[in-house]
Design a protein around this ligand. Structure first.
Ligand code: HEM
Length: 439
């Protein structure tokens, strides 16, 4: 597929309302900013009630200490008007009651003119979108993409295998999920680096000091990404293919989507489907580098790849909080939460609830698939979980097929960016015996 022309959105070509909408759409990227604001709440709460600041939570180097610090405040606690659901029971109660713990209002504060489909959509409309999307991201559909996705990850590993060293984040984890997204939407792989540049500029802004006005450059970046997605929708309408975007455009009748809804979905996928997988690849490779015995077990027995990835994802999740707003007063774990309250579902603490998990802070792959909430739960359960799991499995399989033995570069102690509403490593330098990728 020839590359699409990418001139930035021409202000003369697009009405002031489009520029304005792009400006506000840009705010969509601030999902983690909303979380940051709430974590700011914690620091205020910390300051005002328990004298701890979010920055003081020992999360950067070790999430075990970080989540234990969180758990000390009880199964449900309030900070600066925001309620945090900490226990697995409390989080799953909220998942079972989307009519009480609503998503729409939780994302409303971002002021996006395009609906964040389906994340910010509440019942009954939400089901209409999932009915169309779920079959398009089902395992049997992902199976048809596997050979292509495996070939792509082999090629990326080939690029550094002979060097004996790499940075997993920059050489693999940043690149692969974007390629998979472009493949899924039928967009040219040649646009990968440009796409990464756009998304990272927006994410960088969203994790910058909250309240910092977006620079002209960032707004232009958002307009370029928005413009690219809009033009691609027009292009797919004219030249449909076998990709997800063409399939959605082919939906007719009462289930048909508006262009705004399709744009909202594309934008959400760029936010929800790239950084999350990038972060998880980093965490999986970090834990396998730090735990040679866990690594050797999956090299010896490929059937352990899945359970090992699940356990690391249980302990290290890129999206550890999900926001909701209560539609009515509700009591959870003895705490009364007023109607209209902002609530954060703490998936990170729920995943380590000692009432649910034996040795909750350890990788217990040998204990089989003991489940976790890293993909959320209830009606908003992650739409891309099958694809994400496939990406992670292919990365682990292909990396260990070529490089079964490696270590973190001497003197490096990987840390996550902290405080932040999302968890991810900035870099992960590895050392290994130079290798040749076998066909
Ligand atoms: C390891 C990778 C991933 C993790 C940990 C993750 C995590 C999550 C979580 C926790 C939610 C629930 C949010 C909430 O309840 O408010 C969610 C929703 C969602 N995710 Fe993912 N995600 C991942 C990968 C992906 C990928 C690859 C895609 C797209 C291809 C994707 C698309 C979505 C969408 C569209 C939703 C909204 C679903 C709905 O509201 O019905 N995610 N994800």
């Amino acid at each position: 597929m020839p590359a699409v022309e990418h001139e930035a959105l021409d202000p003369h070509r697009h009405s002031p309302s489009t520029r304005a909408s792009v400006h506000t759409v840009y705010h969509v990227t601030a999902m983690s900013e909303a979380l940051k604001a709430h974590s700011k709440g914690i620091s205020q709460m910390g300051q005002s009630t328990t004298s701890f600041r979010m920055a003081d939570v020992p999360m950067a180097a070790d999430r075990t200490a970080g989540w234990a610090f969180f758990r000390e405040h009880g199964d449900v606690f309030e900070s600066n008007g925001t309620y945090f659901l900490v226990s697995a029971d409390a989080v799953q109660f909220a998942h079972r009651h989307p009519e009480i713990f609503t998503s729409g209002p939780a994302f409303e504060s971002l002021g996006s003119p395009v609906p964040l489909v389906p994340l910010a959509i509440d019942p009954p409309d939400h089901l209409r979108f999932r009915k169309v999307l779920d079959p398009m991201l089902a395992p049997r559909v992902i199976n048809t993409m596997e050979d292509e996705l495996r070939a792509q990850v082999r090629e990326l590993i080939q690029a550094f295998a002979g060097r004996g060293e790499c940075d997993i984040v920059t050489d693999l984890a940043r690149l692969y999920p974007t390629q998979v997204f472009l493949t899924l939407f039928g967009m040219p792989l040649a646009d990968r680096d440009m796409f990464i540049g756009w998304v990272e500029a927006l994410v960088e802004q969203s994790t910058a000091e909250s309240g910092r006005e977006p620079t002209a450059e960032v707004v232009e970046t958002a307009m370029a990404l928005f413009g690219y997605l809009q033009r691609f929708i027009e292009r797919k309408r004219a030249e449909p293919g076998a990709d997800l975007l063409s399939k959605i455009l082919a939906v007719r009748g009462e289930d048909a989507w508006t262009d705004e809804q399709i744009l909202g979905l594309c934008f959400l996928f760029t936010l929800a489907g790239l950084d999350t997988v990038t972060a998880t690849i980093g965490f999986v490779m970090m834990h396998l580098a730090k735990n040679p015995e866990v690594r050797q077990r999956l090299v010896d027995d490929p059937a352990m790849v899945g359970p090992t990835i699940e356990e690391i994802l249980r302990l290290e999740l890129p999206a550890p909080y999900t926001p909701r707003v209560t539609s009515q007063e509700v009591e959870v774990a003895g705490v009364v939460i007023p109607a209209g309250s902002m609530v954060q579902l703490c998936l990170g603490t729920a995943n380590r609830d000692p009432r649910r998990y034996e040795r909750p802070n350890e990788i217990g792959a040998e204990l089989g698939d003991r489940g976790h909430l890293s993909f959320g739960g209830g009606i908003h359960r992650c739409l891309g979980s099958h694809l994400a799991r496939r990406e992670l499995r292919l990365v682990v399989e292909e990396f260990h097929r070529v490089i079964p033995d490696y270590e973190i570069a001497p003197g490096v102690e990987p840390e996550i960016v902290w405080p932040s509403g999302t968890h991810h490593l900035i870099s992960l330098p590895l050392r290994f015996t130079p290798a040749e990728v076998k066909a």
